[in-house]
Ligand binder design. Structure first.
Ligand code: AMP
Length: 358
């Protein structure tokens, strides 16, 4: 490996994580002439089947992590629950983009919201909760309805309980298995939006237009983009994204999930230090996809214009939805992506389709 800031074509980029995001990043990397090396605990993971090379080992195997990082010119990650020690070990041997701090912030909801508020990104009110007594005190301070969430390892709505009356605080703490948590005020949002932004090694920042997202059972179902929003809301989203990117000295693509309130204010729900499901539409409908944008940044290269060419509706194919793949193939407005997962399970993201609109 070399520790040069800017990679050359045919250099090697390592990705920690080999799910569908790693697969789409590896494909984008290959288009740019980069060789992608995947590190994932699971043999035959989706990304391994499109990458130049794969290392199969647990994230805790720091010797394997060191070997992996020494064999590449830069390292990135495709999910935010890569252990911090794993990322830090990789960073000892190759430039890690984005860095370790982005993971630390994104892995703990209390650290995340504290960090966001410190850097002018507004969120709902929140309190840390370590016990049933804390939960009750937090509900008394914040009010109802509120949401109790585990601090760590929550995704797709897992590890969350809505508290509708103060007396239910203890039950909610039991419902999330009495783990360290935060209590959040319930955001009375009119829409869920997200913004996908990128920052280069030189500090250039570019932002895709806002996306409007619909969830069911805590899982993203559909994204429409660009969302129709006022210029003020669009500008506020860019301000928030740039504040976070700058504070983290970030290199790569970052997603910011937002609640839009009735009065037009935006609150940050959470950030993802990676390419994001709500940015998948960019591959079919923008000049440069979020995947290519991320790989450009990781390589230390110039970013490209994120302007959309078409309006788009991205639909996740979850569980059995994927059975409709042949119909989507036959639809001339649809761009289908399948993740190569051999087993279909309820709630599992199997692919997505982007329908291009006029
Ligand atoms: P999360 O795992 O934090 O992204 O939450 C998953 C989904 O739960 C969000 O997309 C929202 O629909 C909902 N949700 C989470 N937190 C809140 C909140 N504080 N107020 C209202 N809805 C929320």
């Amino acid at each position: 490996m070399s520790s040069k800031a800017r990679l050359s074509p045919c250099d090697r980029v390592g990705i920690l994580g080999g799910g569908q995001l790693g697969r789409m990043l590896a494909t984008a990397g290959a288009r740019l002439g980069l060789d992608v090396v995947i590190f994932d605990p699971q043999a035959g993971c989706p990304a391994s089947r499109v990458a130049a090379e794969t290392i199969t080992a647990p994230y805790e195997d720091l010797e394997a992590v060191a070997r992996f990082a020494k064999s590449v010119d830069a390292v990135t990650y495709e999910f935010e629950n890569v252990p911090v020690e794993t990322a830090a070990e990789a960073a000892r041997h190759a430039p890690l983009r984005p860095g370790v701090q982005a993971l630390e912030v994104a892995q703990d909801r209390f650290a995340e919201k504290s960090f966001l508020n410190q850097h002018t990104a507004p969120t709902v009110a929140f309190k840390p909760v370590e016990s049933a007594d804390d939960a009750l005190a937090a509900v008394e301070a914040i009010g109802v309805p509120s949401v109790l969430k585990t601090r760590r390892f929550g995704y797709d709505g897992k590890g969350q309980a809505v508290v509708r009356e103060a007396g239910a605080a203890g039950d909610a703490f039991v419902a999330i298995s009495q783990q360290p948590a935060i209590l959040e005020a319930f955001a009375p949002f009119v829409r869920e939006l997200s913004v996908i932004a990128a920052r280069s090694l030189d500090g250039q920042m570019l932002t895709y237009p806002l996306c409007e997202n619909a969830h069911a059972d805590g899982i993203l179902r559909e994204t429409r983009a660009p969302a129709s929003v006022s210029p003020e809301i669009a500008a506020e989203a860019v301000r928030i994204a740039e504040a976070i990117l700058t504070a983290l000295d970030y290199v790569g693509v970052l997603a910011v999930e937002l609640f839009e309130l009735k009065d037009g204010r935006l609150l940050v729900n959470e950030i993802a230090p990676r390419v994001h499901n709500t940015g998948h539409w960019t591959e079919a409908a923008c000049r440069v996809s979020q995947f290519e944008q991320h790989m450009r940044a990781v390589a230390g290269w110039a970013l490209s214009d994120p302007a959309p060419i078409r309006r788009a509706r991205m639909i996740n194919l979850i569980g059995d939805d994927v059975e409709g793949w042949a119909d989507w193939l036959a639809n001339p407005r649809a761009v289908l992506t399948l993740y190569g997962k051999r087993q279909t399970r309820a709630g599992r993201k199997m692919g997505h389709v982007t329908v291009l609109e006029d």
